[in-house]
Design a protein around this ligand. Structure first.
Ligand code: SAH
Length: 385
């Protein structure tokens, strides 16, 4: 079976070159072709010896997930549906802004956690994405965007950069899935995002968002300390147990301690706490005050996310006044607090609206229909955590 070179980070590719009896610099050359130029065809890699190219053609391939659909929202947000085989699809979303272009990347087919306000959770869970399927989202986004840029004559972007097709400036691991539950593949993909021979993003421009898998937060600090966002969503364990069920396993005092540890070696960094605004659930003045005292030991900013509705969610978005009041309490307590703009909601590309195509192995949807409100507690399967 041929190896997919998109599955390898720098260390993995260097190991593969050693197996071929090739020098380590071949790994760098390959990475530049594959990731900077978006080139999948070995024959086009002209600075690589022909004899080695022929070996690669026989044994290896650069195989991103197939593109199934592309949608473009009124505000320019783009959503891609990628085929990851056996009837499953995942989504990636590109959000253009004046000063940056952010790609929201998925890490799993569905999600094994069961946050009630998230439509990905409703889809159930099928499997972890491979490194190739994760980095393949960035590979595709750059390729599609640079194609458009050159077609539109946007200063001939692709040409001017000497074949460099990298356009995405920021990545957020905020698509479908819980990235820290797919630790090894997500870290390998993020290492490629940071690698100068691949996408060359600074570690502050790559953000991983987690629902709070405490042991994996500690590992991440050692292995790949990118910017960390934490889906807090509640000011106390009572509310969080209910809306983010992983909290029963890793309650708030453990989660906040892990956040503090994460910043120990990077005193100028901060955690971004995400807080979905749910009408009548977590949006009162009292909730805001409790939140302020909860996080007092953690250098942090807040990102309030107005709830994005989906059919039969059972939740409502907080009133605008309630969101502003909540934000002002945080600001008056000395915090930076922003309200996330809803982007791409006309194509279901907004936070919590990504559903892709998931063949659910947990049979969660069936259980829900049967009125069986069983909570599926997350169980790491590969002994990773
Ligand atoms: N599993 C990770 C990554 C998902 S990131 C995590 O939980 O952090 C997506 C962000 O959008 C998370 O903060 C998630 O809680 C939030 N979200 C989920 N559903 C939402 C919805 N319907 N409306 C607004 N935000 C939502």
């Amino acid at each position: 079976m041929s190896v997919n070179l998109l599955d390898y980070d720098a260390a993995g590719l260097a190991g593969l070159m050693a197996q071929y009896g090739e020098k380590p610099f071949r790994a760098k050359q390959l990475m530049k072709w594959i990731h900077q130029r978006g080139e999948p065809d070995f024959e086009a890699m002209t600075d690589i010896a022909k004899s080695f190219r022929q070996k690669l053609v026989l044994d290896a391939a650069v195989t991103p997930p197939a593109l199934m659909a592309e949608q473009i929202a009124k505000d320019g947000t783009r959503k891609w549906l990628l085929d990851v085989g056996t009837g499953n699809g995942v989504e990636a979303v590109f959000i253009p802004e004046d000063d940056r272009g952010t790609l929201c990347v998925s890490s799993q087919v569905g999600c094994a956690l069961d946050c009630g306000f998230c439509s990905t959770a409703r889809q159930g869970f099928n499997r972890n994405l491979s490194t190739a399927e994760i980095i393949g989202q960035l590979w595709w986004a750059n390729r599609r965007m640079s194609l458009d840029a050159s077609r539109l004559g946007d200063a001939g972007l692709a040409d001017n950069r000497n074949g460099d097709t990298r356009i995405v400036s920021n990545v957020v691991m905020m698509g479908m899935g819980e990235p820290l539950a797919n630790y090894d593949n997500v870290v390998a993909a993020m290492k490629l995002m940071l690698d100068d021979n691949a996408y060359g993003l600074s570690r502050r421009r790559v953000t991983l968002s987690t629902s709070g898998i405490v042991p994996a937060i500690d590992r991440l600090r050692e292995d790949c300390p990118v910017a960390l966002a934490v889906s807090l969503h509640a000011p106390n364990d009572r509310i969080r147990d209910d809306i983010v069920p992983i909290n029963k396993k890793y309650p708030l005092h453990q989660l906040l301690a892990a956040c503090t540890r994460y910043l120990e070696k990077a005193p100028r960094d901060f955690i971004t706490f995400e807080y979905v605004m749910l009408d009548g659930i977590n949006d009162s003045v009292e909730n805001a005050r409790e939140l302020v005292s909860l996080v007092r030991d953690v250098p942090c900013k807040f990102n309030l996310i107005p709830f994005n509705p989906f059919p039969n969610s059972g939740y409502k978005r907080s009133q605008r006044d309630a969101i502003m009041r909540f934000r002002d309490i945080l600001i008056n307590a000395g915090y930076v607090a922003t309200v996330r703009k809803t982007r791409g909601d006309d194509i279901d590309a907004a936070c919590g609206q990504l559903a892709g195509q998931v063949l659910d192995k947990t049979r969660r949807a069936e259980k829900r229909l049967a009125g069986d409100a069983q909570v599926i507690i997350f169980q790491p399967q590969n002994g990773d955590l």
